[in-house]
Ligand binder design. Structure first.
Ligand code: GDP
Length: 451
């Protein structure tokens, strides 16, 4: 296939070892031209060789070279990897020496792109490679590995097979239009199978919320009037003094962030400036930002001082929030209680104080409950893991729903065929059975060079 490519695959910092990777039909012969030790063109596949990289007469480094011949390689092409001494200068010098030959620098993600184009992995697996590199928690890593092994691909392929069967029976129908009975039977079958597919796609989409949480964590904001104890709660959760706790109203002006893990899922917490009407312009920016953060958040921790009655602002805040994603914290329960748990029985609510960290554990438990974190932890399902996959599955779902509408409206069977074909194509795009160069370029542009 195509031309020869090369890239430095390890990070460009000082380190014990760097790896320079090459792929393409001539890379073994190119490596041989700059290698002193033995004839690399005569060695077996998947073997490692000790020697020196030389540029003409000059020895550049002492290295180990791995020779992997097509097709059992990452790209399914001939691949050579040079393990040299780490260090930016040495690594770059070797790269420059290689570039004197008929080989060019690889683009971002080009090795993985070749693995895809040569049929070794599909698109969801290519995406999993990137997710794996970028995973921020152990859960995210597990999910990426699951996807890398092809679990999501086979789930999507199964759905496509079912649609393909339907399309085949429609073809039979169109080929023998004189048998009216067949059309009735076929339509009934299409309706039954399509309904099942719709349910399956809806399940996959529902589950994909978990996928997002695993990958990106739970975006959490702490809101409430000044001085109710937001920063103290953040500190108790974080167990460190990242947010500065003070007595002066409205001091937490800048938004303070921190992250903890619950059941292996990152909880990314933002402490907002106190929400209240204010004339102070700096603080106002903070307040406006808080309100927009409420909309974007997966979880809102709304803090009240249980030692005071609700103000008009508190009541207003209560109307602004989405109950299903909010936990109300009645803080300062060490003081005289004016607000009681029972007053908030329609909400998720906990009582706490940050003096002796009372209630912080119940808060964590509540978060676990709200997001089913224990279930995610033990669950081995593969979730759709990015917006590209989710939007395609959504579109496929819409096409299938069109099929059902068409049946209700008694449309001719070849009209149903159009929507079924559409769903088939869209699901094909998820795994990359169908793709455009534009999509590929966009997707792989986000990869690291050398991967
Ligand atoms: P924020 O403005 O909402 O971030 O509130 P802070 O966390 O800065 O706390 C305001 C004041 O309330 C500080 O003096 C804290 O020490 C105090 N405070 C915070 N939590 C509690 C609590 O549970 N009980 C009591 N008695 N005081 C608290």
């Amino acid at each position: 296939m195509k031309d020869n490519i090369v890239a430095i695959s390890t990070a460009m910092t000082k380190g014990a070892i760097s790896i320079i990777r090459m792929s393409g039909k001539d890379v073994i012969s190119i490596a041989n031209k700059i290698f002193k030790g033995k004839n690399l063109e005569e060695v077996e596949s998947h073997t490692i060789h000790y020697g020196y990289i030389v540029d003409q007469e000059e020895i550049i480094d002492e290295v180990l070279v791995t020779i992997m011949k097509a097709p059992k390689t990452y790209t399914m092409e001939d691949v050579v990897e040079i393990n040299c001494h780490g260090g930016i200068i040495t690594t770059k010098r070797i790269l420059e020496t290689i570039l004197n030959y008929d080989i060019r620098l690889a683009e971002a993600g080009e090795f993985t792109k070749r693995a895809f184009l040569n049929g070794r992995i599909d698109l969801t697996q290519a995406e999993a490679v990137m997710d794996l590199i970028e995973s921020k928690s152990n859960q995210a890593r597990k999910q990426a590995v699951n996807q890398l092994t092809g679990k999501l691909s086979s789930q999507i392929s199964n759905l496509r097979e079912k649609i393909k069967d339907l399309l085949a029976s429609i073809e039979v129908n169109i080929d023998y239009p004189e048998y009216y009975d067949i059309e009735i039977v076929t339509t009934k079958k299409i309706e039954e199978v399509t309904q099942k597919l719709i349910t399956e796609l809806k399940n996959i989409l529902n589950n994909s919320k978990n996928g997002k949480i695993i990958k990106e964590g739970i975006k959490t904001v702490i809101v409430g009037r000044p001085n109710v104890g937001k920063s103290s709660i953040l500190n108790s959760l974080l167990d460190e003094d990242k947010a500065i706790v003070t007595d002066i109203e409205g001091t937490t002006r800048d938004i303070v962030e921190g992250s903890i893990q619950i059941e292996g899922i990152p909880l990314n917490i933002i402490d907002t400036a106190g929400i209240r009407q204010t004339e102070d312009i700096i603080e106002k920016i903070g307040v406006e930002k808080s309100l927009s953060l409420i909309d974007e958040a997966d979880l809102i921790l709304l803090v009240f001082n249980s030692n005071e009655n609700l103000t008009e602002e508190d009541k207003k805040l209560l109307t602004k929030i989405d109950k299903n994603k909010t936990i109300i914290i009645l803080n300062k329960n060490d003081l005289n209680q004016k607000l009681k748990l029972i007053d908030f029985k329609d909400y998720h609510v906990v009582s706490s104080n940050t003096i002796d960290n009372n209630g912080i554990d119940s808060l964590k438990e509540k978060i676990k409950e709200l997001f089913n974190l224990e279930q995610i932890e033990s669950n081995n399902t593969t979730y759709l893991s990015n917006a590209r996959q989710i939007s395609l599955v959504n579109k496929a779902l819409k096409s299938l729903e069109e099929v059902i509408i068409g049946i209700k409206e008694k449309l001719p069977i070849d009209m149903l065929e159009i929507d079924l074909k559409q769903a088939f194509t869209l699901l094909g795009e998820v795994i990359g059975e169908e793709y455009s160069d534009e999509i590929l370029d966009h997707l792989f542009a986000n990869f690291c060079v050398g991967k």
